[in-house]
Structure formats: structure tokens, C-alpha cells
Design a binder for this molecule. Structure first.
Ligand code: GLA
Length: 353
């Protein structure tokens, strides 16, 4: 049999992580989010060919080995070691005609709310030769994430990793997946600080929160077009608070995008603080460690606003600050808005940086 097309082609694929500036727990109800791809991510040098995907990772003790092809009986969520589940998820969704061998390198913290799993999925999908639109790539990787982790996540993380624009955050309308890049104003910087509490979404209340939002929408209609007044139609007080978070958070994303576009950093910062309060009190996904990290940042000169980023339940806090603030932080680091994922032919050594 002749080898499949592209066999033995060596590529280098890269996919960034993301930080979400505002708009959390809004993507899976067709709402607004505003993430940016960051200057940390996952890369792989990958030689296509063979019937397995075999990957080593410089940050994992055990390799991933996943068989490609129809009817392998493979269940991504049961694959070992656990990081290989995301590789298996991508293989299950893409059903590539051949595998390949490669070495992965990741400089994102894992389980920190910076989408290390989305970066892994997008990187592997590109290495395997995914052909399709950026949106189709993000959708395939979202599906892979759900197969791997069982978490019914939205599209934000994978789309931010695929579609990042250097120097810009992205307003994403998750009902149409339309994207609008918004330039980060000169003089502003984005900081990320780990709360010290790592998390696994599979063990969190993420799925419960999503189900609550869906129950609210079943009774009110799409939350994207609901008003605060409409929320009075919800008898259940918990559902009313969950829906209030979503309705007010969608409005905050629009206001934040406008404030950032006009370089009104005080206003943008205040909206981040309101977002955190809403995620804490109405949506109940914050933790004492996240709250304390937000408070420390808000007490730091130069910080306009801070909030948890991503799903919550632990992980990182994001802050908007004036240039030079990162130098004064005891913990945390500066992140730059970066371009999205890419794959290029590669003829260097198999373990290049
Ligand atoms: C996780 C999910 C996203 C999104 C965020 C919360 O990162 O993967 O789809 O729901 O949580 O905004």
C-alpha cells in the first residue's frame, strides 16, 4: 500500500494559552467573552506517519500513545496517563488517517485557568494536519476537550487560542462566534497571578453551573436577550442569581470593550472588579484564595482592576494595570496579547525549542 499523503512530513505546531479579561461563564449560553491569546503555550515538533500518535512532553513523566484509525474502541476519558486524554480526544474527533511522533514543550501552568488543555488540543490537531477554517478547528478541539475531560465547556478557550491577534483582546459573540479584535491601549499591561490553588474542572461544579444556566434559559428564553426585569420571572432564587450573573456579565463585556477602546482604564478596571463580585456572589465560583489574590492586586499601586479568570474554583487572577506595575509584583507575571496558533513545515532537529 502506498504511504498516506504527507507521510514523514515534519512540522512544528504552536498554540497559545489564553487569559480571559472579562466575560466568564457566558460562552455556553451564547453570550459575550473577551479573552486574549498570551505569550505562553504549547509547541510540538512532529513527524507525521504510522498508526499511532506518540508524544513525549518535556513536562510530563509518561508519554502519550494513541492508536489512530476507525473502531479502535478507545475511550478518551479513560486513557492513561491523564494528559494523554486530550491527545486521544483530538484523535477521536479528527480520525486522522495516520499518526506521528513528536516532542511537546509547554510553558503554561497546568490547571491554572490559562487553557493549557485547549493549547494542547489545538497544537495536536494542527500537527496532525487539520484542514478547515479556524472556527472549525476550535469547534473540533472543544469537542475533544469534552470527550477527554467530561466537562461540557464552551468555545472560548479553543477559539482564543486559534484566533488570537497580537496586541489585541478579542470580543467573541458566542452565539455567532463572530470576533472583534480590540487593541490594548498603550500604557496598559495585563498581569496574571496564580492564587496558589490549582483546580480540575472535572471535579468542580462547572457542569452544575451550566445546567443551572440552561434551566434558567429554559424558563426565560435565551439569556443573551434577557433583561434584569425578566429575571423576576424566575421563581427559584438560586437560578435568578445565576442568570443575573450572565445578564450583567454580558453587559459588562460590552462596556469593558468600549472602555478599553477609549483607553478609559479606570472604568475598565472597575468593570473587572464588578465582574469578580458577580462571579463570587451570584455565580459562586470564586474561592477564598482567589478573593485574597484579587484584594492583594487591588491594593497594588498601578492596578486598575482584577478578577478571577476562566472557570474559577481556583487558578489565576487577571489584572489590568499601568505599564511598569509587573516590576512591583511579588508574585505573578506580565502577559502579552499574542497571535493565534500556527503550523509550519520544519526541518530542524526533532527536539527543537
Ligand atoms: C472554562 C471553559 C470555557 C468557559 C470558562 C468560563 O475555561 O472551558 O468554555 O466556560 O471556563 O468562562
Amino acid at each position: 500500500m502506498p504511504p498516506p499523503p504527507h507521510a514523514n512530513v515534519r512540522v512544528r505546531a504552536y498554540a497559545p494559552g489564553r487569559v480571559n479579561l472579562i466575560g466568564d461563564h457566558t460562552d455556553y449560553s451564547g453570550g459575550l467573552v473577551m479573552p486574549m491569546a498570551i505569550d505562553r503555550g504549547t509547541s510540538v515538533v512532529f513527524t507525521r506517519g504510522g498508526t499511532n500518535v506518540e508524544l513525549r512532553s518535556t513536562s510530563e513523566a509518561r508519554p502519550a500513545r494513541v492508536r489512530v484509525g476507525e473502531a479502535t474502541g478507545m475511550v478518551p476519558s479513560r486513557v492513561q496517563p491523564p494528559w494523554a486524554r486530550y491527545v486521544a480526544g483530538v484523535v477521536a474527533v479528527l480520525t486522522p488517517s495516520q499518526g506521528g511522533t513528536g516532542v511537546l514543550r509547554c510553558d503554561l501552568p497546568i490547571g491554572a485557568g490559562l487553557s493549557s488543555s485547549a493549547a494542547l488540543e489545538v497544537c495536536v490537531a494542527l500537527a496532525l494536519g487539520f484542514e478547515g477554517t479556524p472556527l472549525a478547528l476550535a469547534q473540533a478541539c472543544r469537542e475533544a476537550e469534552e470527550l477527554a475531560s467530561g466537562v461540557p465547556c464552551g468555545i472560548m478557550d479553543q477559539l482564543a487560542s486559534v484566533a488570537g491577534v497580537a496586541g489585541h483582546a478579542l470580543v467573541i459573540d458566542c452565539s455567532s462566534c463572530a470576533l472583534k479584535p480590540v487593541a490594548l491601549p498603550a500604557g496598559a499591561e495585563v498581569l496574571v497571578v496564580h492564587s496558589g490553588q490549582s483546580r480540575r474542572l472535572a471535579q468542580s461544579s462547572y457542569a452544575l453551573r451550566r445546567a443551572e444556566v440552561e434551566r434558567a434559559a429554559a424558563s426565560l428564553g435565551p439569556l443573551r436577550s434577557a433583561t434584569l426585569e425578566d429575571l423576576n420571572g424566575l421563581r427559584d432564587r438560586v437560578l435568578r442569581r445565576r442568570a443575573r450573573h450572565v445578564v450583567t456579565e454580558n453587559a459588562r463585556v460590552e462596556a469593558f470593550a468600549a472602555a478599553l477602546g477609549a483607553a478609559e482604564l479606570d472604568t475598565a478596571g472597575a468593570l473587572m472588579v464588578e465582574s469578580h463580585r458577580s462571579l463570587d456572589e451570584d455565580f459562586e465560583v470564586s474561592t477564598p484564595a482567589l478573593d485574597a489574590t484579587v484584594q492583594t492586586l487591588l491594593a497594588t499601586p498601578g492596578v486598575f482592576g482584577a478578577r478571577l479568570t476562566g472557570a474559577g474554583f481556583g487558578g489565576c487572577v487577571v489584572a489590568l494595570a499601568e505599564q511598569g506595575t509587573a516590576d512591583r509584583l511579588e508574585r505573578g507575571w506580565l502577559v502579552r496579547a499574542s497571535a493565534g496558533a500556527e503550523v509550519l513545515p520544519y526541518d530542524g532537529p526533532a527536539e527543537a525549542p
